[in-house]
Write a protein that binds this ligand. Structure first.
Ligand code: SF4
Length: 450
């Protein structure tokens, strides 16, 4: 990372997994909008569904997810029963649609669910929302609590992609973040999934953790190559203790500095490329045969709440507390409070309590941001034409990125903006020039760019 880019690298920038971002969500969107927007889903159009499981065996101190440690399985069982009812409410609200093309179980740790509960939930989604033939059914997994019985239930449920939270293989780092999972444990999970027929395996790798070194990120990259992991996401640890209170347990003095973080990210990328991975957008890597790499080659790469994806569907139903649903007309988020979420559902109401309406100008800016985040380049005239906007409608962004262009973080040729390879990690800074809310309201409390 160039020395003169330090100011950009330490700027607070959104991840742009949506636009407008969650920072714009407010209480003026609620049940009425969720029902209205959901009801407008076209009859034959496929949808995606996200099911949140907010439970974990133990809290990792770096975690920024909405999750808790349950006190026994009763609480999880009650949760599952309420989720069944929420699925029914969504099925009713959506009416006829083209079925679920992507089903994603996230968390928390979906493998906190018992084998029977996981199987029953998937069957319920099949019966009510309808799962399309060939749909991707993906699940995020915590290696520490993955049992043979659960793997079997997932395979029987049609799960065809699994994402393992690995992050680091260094025992010292694992101890410093309260996530102890020896290398052999992760290897056993990979093998168990493959034997069960779930061979599309993703791994999350982190850099910037306390006591972490370049050697550790290289070890994880080589581990991925050796086991032919299909996709690897490389995330910088975002230290936001004002938001994620348990991050206060992390020893700030042991956190790598900016220069070291940038080196770790760079070395992770080099090691993954040496293992045969293709670089995808800001922070993903995939084997060339993986659908994500193919989508990138064919210009079909998209970005959603899970990061980079080949999921093309506009409608996403979010199930569980804090989950976000996306519609053409806007985003609708479920309440984060489990008790309020449960009460609403048992009263027969969808638990939406905030969100944001998305207008034509938002959609135009969102498309420019997505194109830039996916391809590291965007042709403003092409985006305006694609979105039916008048030529020049995005030109104002060129002014907002002038300092970035002057510093070499992006190159502007006519109306095309290109982020050079050495500035890839700053692509969000360039995308921010299209963000009308960020330009108006300032940087907000996002994590730093690198
Ligand atoms: S297992 Fe995942 S979701 Fe759970 S605390 Fe750790 S990082 Fe967070």
């Amino acid at each position: 990372m160039r020395q003169d880019w330090t100011g950009f690298a330490t700027a607070n920038v959104p991840r742009y997994t949506s636009y407008p971002t969650a920072a714009q969500f407010g209480g003026d969107v609620g049940l009425t909008e969720a029902l209205d927007w959901g009801g407008r889903t076209p009859a034959r159009t496929p949808i995606s569904a996200y099911l949140h499981v907010p439970f974990c065996e133990a809290l990792c101190w770096y975690c920024g997810c909405h999750t808790t440690v349950p006190n026994g399985y009763d609480r999880i069982a009650r949760y599952v029963s309420t989720v069944h009812r929420e699925i029914d409410l969504w099925a009713e609200a959506l009416g006829t649609h083209g079925g679920v093309g992507h089903l994603h179980f996230g968390g928390g740790s979906p493998n906190a669910l018992s084998a029977d509960d996981f199987f029953a939930l998937t069957e319920h989604v099949r019966a009510t929302l309808k799962v399309r033939d060939g749909a991707e059914i993906a699940v995020e997994l915590d290696p520490r609590s993955l049992t043979a019985e659960r793997v079997k239930a997932m395979a029987a449920s049609g799960v065809n992609r699994a994402s393992l939270g690995v992050q680091t293989l260094d025992p010292i780092v694992q101890k410093a973040v309260n996530r102890i999972q020896p290398r052999e444990m992760v290897e056993d999970c990979v093998e168990a999934l493959k034997i069960a027929g779930i061979s599309a395996i993703n791994v999350d790798l982190m850099y910037g953790l306390p006591h972490q070194t370049v050697a550790d990120v290289i070890e994880v990259a080589e581990f991925c190559g050796y086991h032919q992991i299909k996709r690897v996401s490389v995330f910088g640890y975002a230290h936001v203790p004002w938001f994620a209170k348990h991050q206060r347990a992390i020893d700030e003095a042991a956190l790598p500095g900016l220069k070291e973080r940038a080196t770790q990210a760079d070395m992770a990328a080099r090691a993954l490329i040496a293992e045969g991975y293709v670089r995808i957008g800001l922070d993903h890597f995939a084997l060339p045969s993986d659908p994500l790499a193919i989508a990138q080659r064919e210009g079909r790469l998209r970005r959603n709440f899970q990061g980079y994806t080949d999921d093309p569907y506009e409608t996403l139903i979010g199930i569980g507390p804090s989950s976000i649903s996306a519609f053409r007309e806007g985003y609708a988020q479920n309440t984060r409070r489990s008790d309020v979420w449960s009460e609403a559902i048992h009263d027969g109401r969808l638990p939406t309590d905030r969100g944001v309406a998305v207008g034509a100008e938002d959609r135009l800016r969102a498309r420019a941001i997505e194109a830039l985040m996916c391809n590291l380049r965007v042709d403003l005239d092409a985006v305006c034409a694609e979105m039916g906007a008048k030529p020049g409608a995005l030109d104002e962004a060129l002014t907002h990125m002038r300092d970035l262009a002057d510093a070499g973080v992006c190159v502007i040729v006519g109306k095309t903006i290109v982020v050079p390879e050495d500035a890839r990690m700053l692509v969000r800074n360039v995308a921010q020039a299209f963000d009308a809310y960020s330009v108006r309201d300032g940087q907000g409390k996002h994590a730093i760019a690198v």
